[in-house]
Ligand binder design. Structure first.
Ligand code: AMP
Ligand code: MG
Length: 292
């Protein structure tokens, strides 16, 4: 089987495939996702198999309306404030789940991560299927996330029937994940900063405790990692070739490019501006194996 690529303008076959329990690759503004309808357990199971994703790593539910959120999670005032301020956009909110959400989606946790993407193709797809779509990134587990269709096919060609092309991802880095259980915890840094969330909630948002309980299981895995060894250079004296100077949008493409060239080592310019960006520093520290 070869993966068939559909143009974003024609979603009919993608909708049909999803309804029939076939996972489909689709674009979002953060990274490309591999989708399945949330209540279709067999389809969700296929996502884990296709990606080689550990079963204890929960999936994010993508919605196109607030009513859909009410069907799967416990909605609070804080949730509505964040939704109003940042949706549609790159923020996933973790809340207590409703019983209707299958265990396989939440990896056995009593919670569910919910996000309303802004990409028009993602929104139409969810709307037309009529239920939230759960989706992790459309890559092999552990590899850098895919920010264009070619990246998805590099990892998953032949393992998925259909892929929808939506061009390059605008954000290029996975969503911010915030827990509201009910106190706000900044679980995964992303384009939406902790400070921006604090401003909207009018309260302090904490970071997960380094030795505390694992609140976001996916974060314990090695992630975003190319085959090449990644060296972070905090001073110019440490620069070597090949050197990359990434931003949030280009990071994954640069890491994948290094692997295509089969280089053994890759050096990253971690200048002051990058050091100030919690989202990109988090991915770089993981890519270089310094945090797990
Ligand atoms: P990915 O789809 O690969 O970006 O991974 C989604 C990430 O969101 C996971 O790795 C988790 O860290 C986080 N996540 C998803 N669902 C939950 C949840 N119920 N509780 C905490 N974190 C979650
Ligand atoms: Mg991922």
């Amino acid at each position: 089987m070869k993966t068939e690529v559909l143009a974003g303008a024609d979603l009919r076959r993608a909708v049909e495939a999803l309804k029939n329990g076939e996972p489909v690759i689709f674009p979002t503004e953060t990274v490309y996702g591999l989708a399945a309808p949330i209540f279709h357990k067999e389809a969700v199971k296929k996502i884990f198999t296709i990606k080689g994703r550990p079963q204890d790593n929960p999936l994010i539910a993508h919605i196109s309306s607030l009513e859909e959120a009410e069907g799967i999670g416990e909605i609070s005032d804080a949730f509505l404030k964040l939704a109003e301020a940042f949706w549609p956009g790159p923020l996933s909110i973790v809340v207590r789940k409703k019983r209707a959400v299958p265990e396989i989606v939440s990896a056995g946790l009593p919670t569910i991560a919910i996000r309303m993407p802004s990409h028009p193709i993602a929104r139409s797809l969810i709307e037309e299927v009529g239920v939230p779509l759960v989706a992790p990134s459309a890559n092999l587990s552990g590899k850098p996330s895919p920010t264009c269709l070619a990246d998805c096919l590099e990892d998953l060609d032949g393992k998925v029937r259909l892929a929808v092309d939506g061009g390059e991802c605008e954000v290029g880095i996975e969503s911010t994940v915030i827990g509201l259980l009910p106190e706000p915890v900044y679980l995964r840094p992303g384009a939406i900063t902790k400070e921006a969330i604090e401003k909207v909630l009018g309260q302090t948002v904490s970071d997960p405790l380094p030795n505390g309980p694992i609140l976001s299981p996916g974060m314990k895995y090695r992630h975003y990692a190319p085959k090449a060894k990644v060296h972070l250079c905090f001073r110019k004296e440490e620069w070597r070739e090949p050197l990359i100077q990434p931003n949030a949008k280009t990071l994954y493409a640069l890491l994948r490019d290094a692997d295509r060239k089969n280089v053994s080592d890759i050096y990253v310019d971690c200048n002051e501006q990058i050091q100030k960006d919690a989202a990109i520093m988090n991915r770089l520290l993981r890519a270089s194996g310094q945090i797990h």
